[in-house]
Design a protein around this ligand. Structure first.
Ligand SMILES: Cc1ncc(COP(=O)(O)O)c(C=O)c1O
Length: 553
């Protein structure tokens, strides 16, 4: 059963379809009669305008006739309005038909239809659907008059569309689909808009800009409605000015490096940084004559002594990869800002949820959306969120130059992931805390590196700055333990799978490669990283319990 809201929104939707159709037609076509006896577009428009005027008058008359108290705006209307004014309507048709310019004809119709919709909106639903009230409408409620307008407009639109299409050859028609979004269709899902080429309606609109403040869509690389919807959702999540989506988390990190560094510049990176970020800085940035230095992640405000006149960027990653040090980001940001240096953060561990980057002084926040936002181990995406407009321009230009394009299909999966992020994170948080607590009391384990545990470096900072914890943590086994023992332990696990990319539903385990994570070297070869997913934590603990004897003590 249709309600008033649905009735009006369908009417608005057919109006919008007509407007879109009229915006796209060629003015040479408007007076052409396709065949003798078949109406031209102008004739159809004039006819629809007259129809609309009659329908409008019927609504006005009906409401006034039966409801003299409602509303005042019709005080001077007459119930016999339609009959009395038929000549006037005919004159208006002629006016539209013979109007000097196409835009005047178009405007007449458009204004008439809009007044009808506005009037329909003011009628209470109780009156609109009451068929007793307006018997002279032939037993129909006002709703039928309103819906009749929609149907009539839709029928003419469909027939005009098919007429224009049928004037071309079939091979051409296959290349030029109607291409109109199905306005009558509405679903809860953000549609996947694919497209490399964005077509412009008018020659004057043709331009090439990535900046969405200047033009909404100009080229597929700069975003489709699907990719930009994801960017908007991440910006909301992290309370950012704007967000860019990148083809992966590492691509987001390299975008920031390229956006802020040039030859001769100095960058400070925490020792605990994600391995491939370190490899990029060492292999690519150094080749480009960028001065790369690493700092102790727990350095806090003392980082000020590491800043040089050439420092342009300070990275944070909190907690750090593998060794999990929680950084004093506000202190580092304050020190960097005192020298005008930009601060970027890899905010992936907190999923953009449990740590507010911009409230803690960060300028640019990066996430591997591959992890918690995707949430199901089936996509690779990243994000770069910025604090203000000048950073937006800086990152946006580099994003364009590097051709950082993303698939709308992946973005659509990430949008789906966002809808369940909250419940997944809360469950993962609780399960990881249970598993970590169980490990902490085992004799084989010397130390649990989980930010919510006092044994984790920077735990007090986590308590101060974070609002929760997630599923990734490490443990240090008690010496002496050999790498071969850890491998035997991992081989015995059945629910914890061995793999790198965390954040999905499946629990994981890895031992770090010390070449990629030299910071883990302080723990020797005794460190194992766990990721707790969505399995029942009791089952995960049983899995660990069965495998731990492989440690051989
Ligand atoms: C902290 C952190 N940042 C960035 C990345 C890179 O993400 P992606 O795998 O999407 O390139 C990872 C991946 O493991 C990560 O752990």
């Amino acid at each position: 059963m249709t309600n008033k809201h649905q009735l009006i929104s369908k009417l608005l939707s057919v109006f919008a379809s007509w407007e879109e159709f009229l915006a796209g037609i060629d003015e040479n076509e408007i007076d052409v009669q396709p065949k003798p006896g078949k109406y031209s577009i102008t004739e159809v428009l004039a006819h629809l305008h007259a129809w609309q005027q009659v329908s409008l008058a019927r609504l006005e008359a009906a409401v006034l006739n039966k409801d003299p108290s409602y509303p005042e705006w019709l005080d001077d209307a007459d119930p016999a309005y339609v009959e009395d004014h038929i000549d006037e309507f005919n004159a208006r048709i002629q006016e539209i038909y013979h109007a000097e310019s196409w835009s005047a004809r178009h405007r007449e119709w458009s204004e008439g239809f809009l007044s009808f919709i506005r009037l329909a909106e003011t009628i209470p639903a109780s009156i609109m659907f009451d068929s007793e009230r307006h018997r002279w409408l032939g037993g129909n409620a006002l709703a039928a008059v309103i819906d009749g307008s929609r149907i009539h407009h839709q029928e003419h639109l469909d027939s005009l569309r098919s007429r224009l299409r049928s004037a071309t050859n079939w091979s051409t028609r296959l290349i030029h689909p109607a291409g109109v979004p199905p306005r009558g269709f509405s679903s809860l899902v953000t549609p996947v808009f694919r497209g490399s080429t964005t077509v412009f309606q008018h020659a004057a609109d043709v331009r090439d800009t990535w900046n969405h403040d200047e033009a909404p869509y100009t080229y597929g690389s700069y975003g489709t409605p699907t990719t930009l919807e994801l960017a908007m959702r991440i910006a909301e999540l992290e309370k950012a000015h704007r967000t860019f989506i990148t083809p992966g988390g590492l691509a987001a990190l390299t975008l920031v490096y390229f956006a802020f560094l040039s030859a001769g510049d100095h960058v400070l990176i925490p020792e605990s940084v994600y391995g491939p970020s370190r490899a990029f800085a060492n292999d690519i940035l150094r080749k480009l004559n960028i001065d790369v230095e690493y700092y102790d992640p727990l350095e806090g405000e003392h980082i000020v002594s590491r800043l040089k006149a050439s420092t342009r960027l300070v990275w944070c990653e909190s907690p750090g990869s593998i060794t999990m040090e929680v950084q004093d980001v506000p202190a580092i940001a304050e020190a960097a800002h005192s020298q005008g240096v930009t601060v970027a953060l890899d905010n992936t561990w907190a999923a953009g949820v449990f740590f507010e980057p911009f409230a803690h002084g960060v300028d640019v926040s990066v996430q591997a959306l591959t992890k918690y936002v995707g949430g199901h181990s089936d996509l690779l995406l990243g994000s770069v969120s910025v604090r203000n407009d000048s950073l937006y321009r800086r990152v946006g230009e580099t994003h364009q130059h590097l051709g950082m394009v993303v698939s709308p299909d992946d973005c659509s999966l990430a949008l789906r992931g966002l809808q369940t992020l909250h419940v997944r994170l809360r469950t993962i948080e609780q399960s990881a805390l249970k598993v970590a607590a169980w490990l902490a009391q085992r004799s084989e384990i010397e130390r649990v590196l989980h930010p919510a545990f006092p044994s984790c470096p920077g735990h007090a900072t986590w308590q101060r700055d974070f609002t929760g914890s997630t599923g990734l943590f490490s443990v240090v086994f008690r010496a002496p333990v050999k790498k071969a023992h850890l491998e035997a332990f991992m081989d015995r696990l059945t629910l914890f799978r061995m793999g790198y990319s965390w954040g999905g539903v499946t629990s994981l385990v890895v031992t770090p490669d010390l070449k990629e994570a030299p910071n883990a070297g302080v723990y020797g070869d005794r460190l194992v990283r766990f990721y707790v997913g969505l399995e029942d934590p009791a089952d995960l603990i049983r899995d660990l319990e069965k495998a731990l004897p492989a440690i051989g003590k």
